[in-house]
Design a protein around this ligand. Sequence first.
Ligand code: SF4
Ligand code: MG
Length: 325
Amino acid sequence: QFILPRSLLARLLTGGGNRVVHAVNGVSFVLHEGETLGLVGESGSGKSTLGRTILHLHTPTRGHVRFDGQDVFELDAAGLRRFRQQAQIVFQNPYASLNPRKTVRQILSVPLALRGLPPRERRREAAALVERVGLSARHLDQYPHQFSGGQRQRIAIARALAMHPRLIVADEPVSALDVSVQAQIINLLEDLQRELRLTYLFISHDLGVVRHLSSRVAVMYLGQIVEIGPTEPLFRDPLHPYTHALLSAAPGQGRRERIILQGVPPSPLDPPPGCPFHPRCPAAAGEVCRTVRPALTDRGGGRWVACHLTAPWAPAAGGAPRGAA
Ligand code: SF4
Ligand code: MG
């Protein structure tokens, strides 16, 4: 029943318009089928906006998201229904996303009905779904408030699975949970991915979790992807100065010297010209950084970086940056 997809292609490019807040601007990437792409960056960097735009929960001022080669913003009603079935979202706060007046059975019956299952099959599949996420059939007639945070997230995952999705955008899915519970939910997500060949866009500010779960990582700063690449090379040897700073501030992500960034991230209402990171960049290379926006460029090995420095930058011992434009 689970239809094995051909290829999954999501490409996003937004921008344009003068009075628009460019929460996400000039972002382009491909999601490979069956992978987990981790999306990291400070809060306000546009991670959630990007996730929701991919699912067509936001409509960008311009740009494309292609799914199986089809632009999701150009789908007709039937096509959009199919896309919405195949691309699901799991939110940070499972309590807010579950209707408190509905039992688990009722919550799950909505997507199962959308798939056109008759009542008897809906009952059978609802029981199978709760068991698949580690709950049991006796939970079906309980209400969200009767569950712990971790159990509620299991229910939210079951609801997403009920649609037989291929892509799941997980927006900080474990951030609200106790650390011990986080590991269980992460394990569940990994098991489901293996069994169902799911593709995840995993949004998180927890770099340890992202490193564990993701095959590739995209780093966002002020609405742009500044670096994207395979997880281990990116963590071991970040190429973008912002990635350096982000990793250096994360406990347990390397023995790197801590890079303290000056200033606060500028407002997305008033993004700086040139490289969006230039006012805070310890490696800023003068005029070109202040005036020309760097495009994501191929650095080999599947790594893409948006920085005018062509040689890898590393903070020098003693704090003075080195690097060449
Ligand atoms: Fe820093 Fe310039 Fe690279 Fe931007 S383009 S990250 S300002 S060195
Ligand atoms: Mg967010």
